[in-house]
Ligand binder design. Structure first.
Ligand code: 26W
Length: 825
């Protein structure tokens, strides 16, 4: 069925029409004229003009969705790391051309306005960016879906360096106005906290429970457009912002005092104030649990009361919706749905449990035991007393079944309990999600296998059919088409435009790897992308690099398991070889070592490593012996926007986590798709990348996961590697002796002694293998044409890593939902 658009709401898709709309927005929206308009005025007017082009499609999508009532997907995520919106909207609406032309006619450079946008950094790293890629693919594949999350007033902190040390600044992304959001205060939802529970006998003589909350806040939804790529569909991302319910707060804080009332408001609004910047070690902070329950309670209430029609029969809920839980952060939705059905709607426990078990599915994003969220029973009972009771009952009934299945195995029963007893009584959120979820998935083949065999082994034995894999992906719209226009043009010229929504078609490029002219143009594009990066880093950071050097990049959160230290030890080794006279400088391939990484503010060792990278950089970049052939570039505040220029420029992608620790990685996919070669371990999705691109076009090194397990079981001793390997010894001694700290031996002593005596992530064990692989890189790069051939094959063979493919896998394996033909195109 195809409906025509309401002509009143469709803006004119001509240059003149655009110019007129833009000037109207400047005039009526910003209240300025061209002569007085600031760059920000022009950006805001442009953003609003562009969003007009998506508006009628949005309305149409919503209307259509209301009529069709197809099975939908609700993606629940505490993080959506969206990146800038303007370019993506221009691309989706296909109005790049008229906008550029129209602005030029007004003497405005589109690029200047692009730079005015502050990216919404509402996520920490991979998990948040994955959520953003997934909603892009859901819209592009025409899947009826909605994203639910939190509208943090402050996103991920802005990183600055002071003397090379990380200093965090607040991210004030809303300060200059946020033209992409639509607040709906009239659709606000009340969320309760605290208080107590009681039992009572209902009118039919049944014993029931109810929650008597102690306080509450209001959730205000902010809607964002999620445009599909030129398919006429615009889905919704709904982010919740916390407000005080003023009259109510005045009562509970029990004072007519103005100051107290304002304090109550501040208290409520704290809930959506700031994104927690921890990305792997949950701190068990009360405010974080408040955030989690806040957005989940708002989202469930919104879906049941506003999205579903008033007369909807909730026993049919599994035919209508699946709630995908992005890690454990939204898992409190499980007892919340039970509460809504049992307490508020009077359902029996059994009926409610039957529905609940069908509507949730859980994605796990980690393997580190310390990253699995647990909430102390004490805290949970104080904040959400009724939910704790519900969790206890879920656990009791589950453990009774486990006992039946394993009559004489009380040890196993204790291992599988949702409630941990040590070191304190606490709820294991991953276990709750596994017991209640219809499906549990890992995010790469190896990760899913390790989840089944190790982290959730008892559960996979008990629920063998629950476990599945969906390998992550990235959106080719943002990470190829938008960020790499030159390569996109070359690809389109070679195989047509279809690849943007059917990335497997990149395979058709394979024969062109053997076409010398194609390789020449490919290499020229890579060089152009490097020049773009050179200019950006000069302007953004005052960093000077050369477009002629190999660009070797490691960008991701700073974490010991990701092993930025390993890369740094390679840099130091090269420095040592040259300065000791072992290696003549003119035999060294000119190389830029680029790092981008934020450390969690409380993660001491990670901050030390940042300080050390910058210290090594300072030494290397200024030592005349190196003749500027080796350079370290560590721009502060790596974010989505910087990635968009960095990734297309890279020659070498560093994916060097200890095998068995990186669940998937998604940066690895972005680099391969943009024609960088990977140096990597057999970890996460690297395994699949290597299988697809082939061993000849991938630099593999390091221990495998089973080898790591054996070494750790046997009692790993890093100092033996130090003693046995003179290259390694010299590199570590440089740090220890103060080569990079003006002779000061204390500053980086914690890093050195950690590596020598603990080295949880086997940096020293993998060192030599890594150095050898880097020597292979060096040789391969000497043959520029051969390198380019490998780069082309990386692009051609990486189409699998489109998030469109991931979403299709979720539809088949987990959601059992289907795309719905869009209402119009
Ligand atoms: C503080 C609580 C917390 C704990 C973990 C916050 C955020 C996390 C995330 C799970 C961290 C994260 O981003 N994980 C990454 O998820 C990506 C998408 O699946 C994977 O590609 C990465 O391997 C994984 O580290």
């Amino acid at each position: 069925m195809s409906e025509s658009l309401d002509p009143i709401t469709v803006p004119d898709r001509t240059v003149e029409g655009f110019v007129q709309e833009f000037l109207r927005e400047l005039h009526f929206g910003q209240g300025v004229d061209m002569s007085r308009a600031s760059t920000n005025d022009k950006y805001l007017a442009l953003a609003r003009t562009v969003r007009h082009h998506l508006m009628s499609r949005w309305m149409q999508t919503l209307r259509h969705q209301g009529q069709v009532q197809a099975k939908s997907v609700a993606y629940l995520s505490a993080e959506f790391l969206l990146g800038r919106q303007l370019d993506n909207a221009l691309l989706a609406a296909d109005i790049d051309g008229i906008v550029t032309e129209g602005l030029t006619s007004l003497g405005i450079d589109l690029d200047d306005l692009r730079q005015a946008e502050q990216e919404p950094g509402l996520g920490n790293g991979g998990l948040g960016r994955l959520a953003a890629c997934f909603i892009d693919s859901l819209a592009t594949l025409s899947v009826p879906s909605i994203g639910y999350g939190i509208r943090y007033e402050y996103g991920i902190f802005r990183q600055t360096f002071v003397d090379g040390w990380q200093v965090e600044q607040p991210d004030t992304w809303l300060e200059l106005g946020s033209p992409w959001e639509f607040p709906h205060p009239e659709a606000a939802v009340k969320v309760n906290f605290g208080g107590s529970t009681e039992t009572y006998i209902d009118d039919d003589g049944n014993a029931r429970s109810r929650w008597l909350p102690g306080w509450s806040v209001i959730g205000v939804p902010y809607n964002y457009m999620v445009p599909g790529y030129r398919n006429g569909r615009v889905n919704t991302l709904r982010l919740w912002s916390a407000r005080a319910e003023k009259s109510f707060d005045l009562q509970i804080f029990n004072s007519g005092d103005y100051a107290d009332a304002v304090r109550a408001q501040t208290f409520a609004e704290n809930i959506s104030k700031v994104l927690y910047p921890e990305d792997s070690t949950p701190q068990g902070k009360e405010l974080r649990l408040q955030q989690q329950y806040f957005f989940v309670a708002c989202s469930l209430a919104d879906f049941l009361d506003n999205v579903l029609p008033g007369d909807f029969d909730l026993t049919k809920l599994p035919d209508r919706i699946v709630f995908q839980l992005n890690d454990t952060h939204p898992v409190i939705a499980i007892p919340e749905l039970m509460r809504l059905l049992v307490d508020d709607r009077g359902w029996s426990w059994e009926d409610a449990w039957a529905v609940t078990q069908q509507v949730f599915a859980y994605t796990c994003h980690t393997l580190l035991p310390e990253a699995l969220e647990v909430w102390s029973v004490d805290l949970l009972g104080r904040l959400l007393p009724r939910h704790l009771e519900i969790i206890y009952r879920i656990n009791d009934e589950f453990l009774a079944q486990v006992r039946k299945a394993y009559p004489d195995d009380e040890l196993r029963v204790r291992r599988m309990s949702i409630i941990a007893e040590f070191p304190e009584r606490a709820v294991r959120m991953a276990f709750l999600a596994t017991v209640a979820g219809a499906k549990v998935n890992g995010v790469a083949e190896l990760h899913s296998q390790l989840l089944r065999d190790k982290v959730l082994n008892d559960f996979s034995a008990y629920f063998p059919d629950k476990f599945t894999n969906v390998t992550n992906g990235v959106t080719p719209r943002r990470f190829v088409r938008m960020s790499n226009p030159a390569l996109s043009g070359l690809i389109t010229e070679a195989i047509g435009e279809g690849w943007v929504t059917d990335l497997g078609r990149l395979r058709e490029l394979e024969p062109l790897a053997d076409d010398a002219e194609f390789r020449r143009r490919f290499a020229e594009i890579k060089r152009g992308n490097k020049t773009r990066l050179v200019d950006l880093l000069a302007a953004r950071d005052g960093i000077e690099i050369s477009p002629d050097a190999m660009l070797d990049v490691m960008v991701k959160r700073l974490h010991e398991y990701k092993r930025q230290m390993l890369k740094l030890l390679h840099v130091i080794t090269l420095y040592d070889r040259v300065t000791s006279g072992e290696l003549p400088i003119d035999q060294v391939t000119p190389r830029t070592f680029a790092f981008g990484a934020k450390a969690a503010p409380g993660y001491k060792m990670a901050k030390q490593i940042i300080g050390l990278i910058n210290a090594v950089g300072r030494t290397i970049n200024t030592d005349p012996a190196l003749e500027r052939r080796l350079r370290v570039a560590f721009p502060a505040n790596y974010n989505v926007t910087l990635a968009e220029t960095l990734v297309p420029a890279a020659d070498l992608s560093e994916q060097i986590s200890l095998a068995g620790k990186e669940a998937s990685g998604t940066g690895n996919m972005k680099f391969a798709l943009n024609g960088a070669l990977t140096i990597g371990t057999d970890d996460g999705a690297n395994v699949e990348i290597r299988q697809l691109v082939g061993d000849d076009h991938f630099f593999l090194f390091g221990l495998t996961e089973p080898e790591v397990a054996d070494i750790v079981d046997a009692g790993y001793r890093p100092s033996t590697y130090y003693a046995a390997n003179p290259t390694l010894r010299r590199a570590l001694d440089h740090i220890a002796h103060g080569t990079f700290s003006g002779g000061d031996q204390r500053v980086f002593e914690p890093v050195v002694s950690n590596l020598l005596h603990e080295d949880r992530f086997l940096v020293l064990a993998d060192f030599q293998s890594y150095i050898d692989a880097q020597d292979r890189v060096e040789k391969a790069y000497a043959d520029q044409d051969g390198w380019t051939r490998s780069a082309v094959l990386n692009v051609a063979r990486s189409g699998f890593f489109s998030s469109d493919r991931s979403i299709k896998d979720y539809l088949d394996r987990i959601w059992h939902a289907e795309p719905v033909a869009p209402p119009f195109v």
